[in-house]
Design a protein around this ligand. Structure first.
Ligand SMILES: Cc1cc2nc3c(=O)[nH]c(=O)nc-3n(C[C@H](O)[C@H](O)[C@H](O)COP(=O)(O)OP(=O)(O)OC[C@H]3O[C@@H](n4cnc5c(N)ncnc54)[C@H](O)[C@@H]3O)c2cc1C
Length: 525
């Protein structure tokens, strides 16, 4: 029986379109409030903009310059919440701001900004900033795998009764007069189509927002502004996270240690076209390399191991890309003329839970449900059943598993070790290059809605963050997944080839092939 047959013709309270961090957050919140929820993601959960971010959980020092105090305060409060509900995924990160290339005026602005940042972070458990003559230092947090943060929201939603589908695209709406009363969907793996009825439909399409609105028959042109952001992943050049100012145009940029490498970024250029096609161009790479010359004088494009590229969906505002607010907007279609629809625009990963709460409040109001959100207090699945505290996860003592498993699964890591204990062949590493083992693949397929090799390597584990992006493990992953999912040898080979093409896209800048990717931008200088 096709997986969509289990929902064909059924009625839900809410159908959510888009399984990025925001849509997954709405699914969790709505399901925990007892609503009947269905979530559709046309690729894999967290594979859109969520996977292309700088992976910082922050209020955003930069947004103080544009006087976005409400956004900074909300996100600093959410930073604290995420440190509590997902301590295995969200961890404190100290940033240094070297003053070497910073002029006296900017230094003064930074000192004032850091004092305001501390003030807006009231209630935070992280240390306050320190400033000396050579540098300042302050705390934010990191989320190395926002893809898993999205996934854990989905897993929690499912355990609260939600249905969630990846590789299922929403292609149209059911209508009752002008009102949206459900959605038409297509399974991108099997081609099977289905319709479901829903009292409310939520557009959480991120940068696909306008395309989704168009498919629902209520195009909302001009509501969002898309900007592309690129990172360069290089061999380790710093063991501290650094705030740096571009040598090209003085924009604020980051150099961040992640999984043994240094991430440099990001760019912010206007973009049009399919967000799924965004790629780093030679120009993007050259801009970041030149921007970083102050801190890393010998850096060149030849040092780049690979790139990432993604598209922000900002609530429409004119002006330079960097000055556009990152504040989100939830629009109730009852008010804007599309009854049955709730639209979410903009926002950051950091504020996803609060954004989801606001959107779910709107849904509840419309369907007359009076239940409050519990997502700020209830830990995510990997943070349950353990006494892990915020800043000091007592990894081995706590759950008796190796740190690399704890960092990915939290307390659920015991599910991996139990599988490996029962089948010793699954305790073997997928490649001598990395610590990840076969049991992780089996768990991903059985419990974590993992369908492709890329899902596993890039979004269920940290393998995708290694120098070769987990390529050396791809054949073993495909073999174990194939056995679980009943793939033919040809399907297995195809899966590995698809992942190879995925990797090639991150290297397209080398051949200049990335240049055509619909970027209309110029670097904001
Ligand atoms: C370069 C860059 C750096 C960033 N850095 C940070 C940072 O450090 N910290 C931070 O907090 N934020 C950061 N952000 C912002 C953050 O990444 C985004 O705000 C967030 O990921 C948006 O999540 P989303 O769920 O709205 O969108 P997405 O993650 O893009 O999710 C939307 C989903 O909708 C799906 N979809 C589209 N159409 C359909 C359809 N028809 N049917 C079903 N599904 C569909 C897509 O496949 C996609 O998965 C950064 C963004 C960029 C681009």
């Amino acid at each position: 029986m096709s997986r969509l047959a289990t929902i064909e013709g059924q009625s839900f309270d809410v159908a959510i379109i888009g399984g990025g961090i925001v849509g997954c957050g709405v699914a969790r919140d709505a399901a925990r409030r007892g609503l009947r929820v269905v979530l559709f993601e046309k690729q894999d959960f967290g594979s859109g903009t969520t996977s292309a971010s700088t992976r910082i959980v922050h209020g955003g020092l930069r947004y103080l310059e544009t006087a976005d105090f409400r956004l900074v305060r909300m996100d600093l409060r959410e930073r604290e919440t995420l440190l509590h509900i997902a301590p295995h995924l969200v961890k404190p990160l100290e940033f240094a701001i070297p003053f070497a290339d910073v002029g006296a005026w900017q230094r003064l602005k930074l000192r004032v900004g850091l004092a305001m940042y501390d003030a807006l972070a009231f209630g935070s458990s992280l240390p306050r900033h320190r400033a000396a003559s050579a540098e300042a230092a302050y705390y934010d947090a990191r989320v190395d795998l926002p893809e898993r943060l999205a996934l854990e929201n989905v897993l929690d939603a499912i355990s609260a009764g939600a249905r969630a589908f990846n590789y299922v695209e929403v292609t149209g709406a059911l209508k009752d007069g002008a009102a949206i009363s459900g959605v038409r969907v297509r399974d991108r793996v099997t081609g099977v189509e289905a319709t479901v009825r829903s009292r409310l439909t939520v557009n959480a399409g991120g940068p696909w927002f306008e395309r989704v609105a168009g498919a629902l028959g209520g195009a909302l042109p001009g509501r969002i502004r898309m900007t592309k952001g690129v990172h360069l992943v290089c061999p380790s050049m710093t063991d501290r996270a650094l705030v740096l100012f571009s040598q090209v145009d003085r924009r604020l940029m980051f150099a961040i240690p992640r999984a043994g490498h240094t991430w440099l970024g990001t760019t912010d250029t206007d973009y049009s076209g399919d967000p799924g096609e965004a790629a780093a161009t030679r120009e993007d790479v050259s801009y970041i390399v030149r921007s970083m010359r102050g801190a890393f004088p010998s850096l060149s494009a030849d040092d780049v191991l690979y790139t990432t590229a993604g598209v922000r969906a900002l609530v429409m505002q004119r002006g330079s890309t960097s000055s556009v607010s990152r504040m989100h907007k939830v629009v109730d279609g009852e008010v804007s003329g599309v009854p049955g629809l709730v639209s979410i625009m903009g926002g950051k990963i950091t504020g996803y839970r609060a954004i989801a709460e606001e959107a779910t409040d709107t849904v509840c109001r419309r369907i007359g449900v009076d239940r409050r959100s519990t997502t700020a207090e209830e830990p995510l699945p990997g943070a349950r059943h353990s006494r892990i505290t915020n800043h000091e996860p007592r990894i081995a003592d706590e759950v008796g598993v190796p740190p690399h498993l704890y960092d990915v699964y939290g307390s659920r890591a015991t599910d991996v070790t139990n599988l490996a204990g029962a089948r010793p062949e699954l305790a073997r590493p997928l490649s001598p290059k990395y610590p990840d083992i076969g049991a992780q693949v089996v768990l991903a397929v059985r419990e974590e809605l993992c369908v492709t090799v890329a899902d596993f390597v890039r979004r269920r584990t940290l393998l995708g963050a290694t120098a070769d992006q987990g390529w050396d493990a791809a054949p073993a992953v495909a073999a174990i997944m194939g056995a679980e999912l009943g793939w033919t040898p040809e399907q297995r080979d195809r899966e590995v080839e698809t992942y190879e093409r995925d990797i090639a896209r991150t290297l397209a800048f080398r051949s200049g092939a990335g240049t055509g990717a619909a970027g209309v931008g110029h670097h904001d200088r």
